[in-house]
Design a protein around this ligand. Structure first.
Ligand code: NDP
Length: 381
């Protein structure tokens, strides 16, 4: 079980819930990081007394330094600061909850420093899965999933004694706010409508990814790397109630599902306490209240991002980094109301057609694919 944790992205949705879990379990905090949210990180520093706090930019770091001058916490900033938080000596585990590809370098740094990883930051595995998994293997560190679907599969797999008996992973998807809508009817949906997720309360980027179903595409790629399963054997199924968090199917067609109320504290806690379980501050699942569970096939024609992710996996090399980079940039433009909702899927698909895909032999290959994808989006808009 984790004793000392470094939390990358501590001020976000996953980060704050992680700190609630740590407080209950008595896990000590070595480092906290944020982008620009000085108010929240200051409160967290006063409560958890970390050795190090990191802001993404220098100005926020200067402001934080002044505000917490009366504490023992050291302040750093930028990518070097994030990597310092990721490799801080006192932490045995690093929970990665920054949003986007910015998490890749710190995750690799943490693995090289032999820290176990509790991974929420799925973009890291989507862009750099081959490097991350190889490095984890070489350094003998564990990667515990925080994403609810991957935690569900990880939990279902606890009873799997022979990988040969595993046939399929079945990832559930809520379908987001636009489930059942036709492509044309989504033309004028607003940012506010896209940010209204039916079941989960999450950061803005992942909420938009859920509305476009890019999130499920990213998760299929994440599952491929985490569980070393071919994508042909990973299926997505829409399950509106978000009670079954994912399933595995064995060769004898027996299916094991993991269920619970939709609350991220369960997978966060399991990633930190594995293999042990402790009481968790979440609601009890009452299936008689839920009544019925429903399942549907995903609509690959309306939700083009999902289709694009499948195509990116088939292309291989840097294609998933390209799809991810194009999506991150397109989501930013959509949130700023510069492009429409349907443009996101078009942009991700077009990026795959227009950007040169290469093999991955180093981090630079991934960073360069990501940069090209973002540049492509900026020029296209
Ligand atoms: P949020 O947007 O709520 O939080 C993101 C965190 O990252 C914040 O601490 C933010 O700081 C920080 N951050 C943002 N940009 C940068 C940057 N450029 N450099 C350094 N730090 C940065 O996101 P979520 O918590 O929702 O999601 C985090 C990750 O977890 C994502 O990869 C998401 O896909 C994944 N995830 C989230 C789930 C959820 O329920 N929220 C479920 C499963 C996975 P600041 O507050 O200062 O902006």
């Amino acid at each position: 079980m984790t004793k000392n944790l470094s939390v990358l992205g501590s001020t976000g949705s996953i980060g704050t819930q992680t700190l609630d879990v740590c407080e209950k379990l008595g896990i000590r905090i070595s480092a906290l990081t944020a982008n620009r949210n000085v108010d929240t990180i200051e409160t967290q520093i006063r409560k958890f007394k970390p050795e190090l706090a990191v802001m993404a930019d220098e100005n926020s770091a200067k402001e934080l330094k002044i505000r917490i001058a009366d504490t023992d916490t050291r302040v750093s900033y930028g990518m070097s600061g994030l990597c310092e938080a990721a490799s801080i000596k006192s932490a045995d585990t690093v929970l990665t909850a920054v949003v986007g590809m910015v998490g890749l370098k710190p995750t690799l740094t943490a693995i090289s420093a032999k820290k176990n990883i509790a991974l929420a930051n799925k973009e890291t595995l989507v862009a750099g899965g081959s490097l991350v998994m190889q490095s984890a293997k070489e350094n003998g560190v564990k990667i515990y999933p925080v994403d609810s679907e991957h935690s569900a599969i990880f939990q279902c797999l606890q009873g799997c004694h022979d990988k040969k008996s595993l046939k399929k992973l079945i990832l559930t998807a809520s379908g987001g706010p636009f489930f059942g809508r036709s492509y044309d009817s989504l033309k004028d949906v607003t940012v506010e409508q896209a940010l209204k997720h039916p079941n989960w309360s999450m950061g803005a980027k992942i909420t938009i990814d859920s509305a476009t179903m890019m999130n499920k595409g990213l998760e299929i790629i994440e599952a491929k790397w985490l569980f070393d399963v071919d994508v042909e054997n990973i299926e997505a199924v829409v399950h509106r109630e978000s009670i079954i968090h994912s399933m595995i199917e064995y060769t004898d067609n027996s299916v094991i599902a993991q269920m619970g109320v939709p609350d991220m504290k369960i997978p966060i806690q399991y990633a930190l306490t594995y293999p042990e379980r402790y009481p968790c501050d979440v609601g009890v699942l009452d299936l008689t209240q839920v009544g019925k569970l429903t399942f549907y096939k995903p609509d690959y024609e309306t939700f083009k991002c999902l289709k694009a992710c499948k195509r990116a996996i088939a292309i291989g090399g840097t294609a998933t980094a390209v799809a991810n980079g194009a999506n991150e940039e397109a989501v930013k433009y959509f949130l700023n109301k510069k492009i429409g909702f349907l443009d996101i899927g078009e942009i991700v698909s077009d990026a795959l057609d227009n950007i040169k895909i290469t093999e991955i032999s180093s981090l630079d290959d991934i960073l360069s694919a990501d940069k090209n994808a973002r540049q492509y989006v900026i020029e296209r808009i």
